[in-house]
Design a protein around this ligand. Structure first.
Ligand SMILES: [Zn+2]
Length: 284
């Protein structure tokens, strides 16, 4: 299986809290031509902004950052998480597959595990394909206030060296009094351009890259059954899991098929395996 869909590394840019400077700079962000993940804190005024409908149309991900952004010791964290989800669904017509725990609090792990594919937490580590990262606690790097493009670029360099997936979290841009640790929008844009210029870094949403990463793990851990010289692997996807997702694989010989239908070789150098179909067969 190809790690990160065949890219050297992967990067996810996330924005939290629905802050005003994210909305004010949306056109500049959209102009970068890469998908972002916006984690909405839904009882904030900015969460009701129509910009998030546009973001959905433009191919960005909306994720749940809860209704009230409660501390980890509050009693009603699950209700508050569900209220955030309801807001997103009723206002923007999409269900979130990923959430971001307020403050990265570990109390949200259990809540997320019955509701989401991925819970983003906080931390400096990166995700490796075969690493031990729990999908209910995917770390994200928060640049310090006023960080420069070079500070963000170092993170991308490290991901490329390690063949890892890094996520980055920005709350907003300089001048935005609501944003925690703001950075200059020009520095952010310069860093995304830096990442794009490599051409070998998959820049995708938490959902897109996360579903590939989880899907690859599911297939890797699939049950295999041999019959003569034919091997069939079977798997079950976790709930929830987005439909129509694929992982890319190569083989040294033989015929790969799913549901009795041979897979066709993609000229870019791989077969695409449908995760929905739940099984894969290799025959000589
Ligand atoms: Zn937050």
């Amino acid at each position: 299986m190809l790690d990160w869909a065949g890219f050297v590394a992967a990067a996810t840019y996330t924005f939290d809290d629905a802050n005003p400077s994210q909305i004010a700079n949306y056109d500049a962000l959209q102009g970068l031509g890469v998908p972002f993940t916006f984690y909405l804190w839904t009882n904030r005024p900015g969460a009701s902004n129509d910009i998030w409908s546009r973001a959905v149309t433009d191919g960005h991900e909306l994720g749940n950052h809860t209704q009230s952004h409660l501390q980890g010791t509050s009693a009603n964290l699950a209700e508050d998480t569900d209220a955030g989800e309801l807001f997103i669904q009723s206002h923007f017509g999409v269900a979130a597959y990923t959430m971001a725990a307020p403050y990265g609090a570990s109390q949200y792990i259990d809540i997320a595990s019955t509701r989401y594919l991925i819970n983003r937490s906080i931390g400096d580590t990166m995700v490796l394909t075969n690493g031990a990262t729990d999908r209910m606690s995917v770390p994200t790097f928060i640049p310090p206030e006023g960080a420069l493009a070079t500070d963000l670029n170092r993170r991308i360099d490290a991901a490329r060296e390690k063949g890892a997936w890094t996520s980055l979290l920005v709350h907003g841009f300089t001048g935005d009094g609501s944003a925690y640790l703001p950075i200059d929008v020009s520095e952010f844009i310069a860093s995304v351009e830096y990442t794009k210029a490599f051409g070998d870094v998959w820049i995708g949403t938490m959902l897109d890259i996360g579903a590939y990463w989880v899907g690859q793990k599911v297939v890797r851990e699939a049950t295999s059954q041999r019959q003569g010289s034919t091997t069939t692997w079977s798997w079950t996807l976790p709930e929830p899991f987005p439909p129509n997702r694929r992982v890319r694989v190569t083989v040294t010989g033989g015929t790969l098929s799913q549901g009795g239908i041979p897979l066709t070789w993609d000229e870019h150098g791989y077969y695409e395996v449908s995760l929905d179909l739940g099984s894969l067969t290799l025959a000589p």
